[in-house]
Design a protein around this ligand. Structure first.
Ligand SMILES: [Zn+2]
Length: 253
């Protein structure tokens, strides 16, 4: 005689098929007729895709919690082909970001970058908190500083993903690059000295190199609050763009 599963076994099955996690929604698209598919960065499982059933129906409350920029706690139901959202409660809703076109643009760049550059189901809590810190600074802070936070976010994210630039010695001759004219070589991912530089390298004044070091190597998920030295922002943007294009294969700004 086969034993019927008892109450205890049922409970165990339910536990295995659902779980709670916090997510930040990166993107959302129509999926099948009335559903949506959400790409999100989760605290416990890294980037993941989730299907929201009935999301396109006007009465769907669940769907409203799961807009890009939102942070939510979700109950995920494991499916055979997809994971589904069974319930959601949101905290950070990006209300003030959405009222500013400038802030929205920076936020979407960060979300897009994570969506594209990060592999699925590779959990990294530091990345989760880094994104959260970036979004809340954008939410509360001045529009004029939005670009700076985005740049700082990108450098810290790149470092978490394993692309840490060499900022101490010239990549070609090995000499210390703390003084004199210094250049950044995006393809090699670091600095070169004046003697070794080629026309393709980008100027990287030493105060800017020092600032980058401070941003990238300071431990923790918080974006360093110090603004880059005056007048160096255009150089920073150029380096940033070239570095991301080369190492993450994404072109933006
Ligand atoms: Zn050199």
């Amino acid at each position: 005689m086969t034993a019927l599963p008892g109450r205890h076994d049922n409970r165990k099955n339910i536990m295995e098929e659902t779980y709670l996690t916090k997510i930040i929604v990166l993107s959302k698209e129509v999926y099948r007729e009335a559903d949506a598919r959400v790409s999100a960065y989760s605290l416990d499982r890294g980037r993941m895709n989730l299907v929201v059933r009935g999301a396109l129906k006007p009465a769907s409350k669940l769907s409203g919690h799961l807009e890009p920029l939102n942070e939510a706690e979700v109950m995920v139901i494991r499916g055979r082909r997809f994971d589904y959202v069974g319930g959601a409660r949101n905290f950070l809703a990006g209300r003030f970001i959405r009222t500013s076109l400038e802030k929205t643009r920076r936020a979407w760049t960060a979300l897009y970058l994570l969506d594209r550059a990060v592999a699925r189901e590779e959990p990294d809590r530091e990345i989760y908190f880094l994104l959260k810190d970036f979004l809340s600074r954008l939410e509360k802070g001045a529009v004029a500083e939005a670009d700076f936070w985005l740049n700082a976010f990108i450098w810290k994210l790149s470092a978490r993903l394993g692309f840490t630039p060499e900022l101490e010695v010239c990549l070609q001759c090995g000499r210390n690059v703390r003084a004199g004219k210094v250049f950044f070589r995006p393809a090699a991912g670091g600095l070169v000295c004046a003697a070794c530089h080629t026309p393709a390298d980008l100027a990287c004044p030493t105060p800017l190199a020092a600032w980058l070091k401070e941003i990238i190597f300071r431990p923790g998920q918080e974006i360093n609050y110090a603004l880059p030295p005056d007048g160096f922002f255009p150089a920073l943007q150029k380096i940033n763009r070239a570095f991301i294009k080369h190492h993450l294969a994404i072109d933006f700004f």
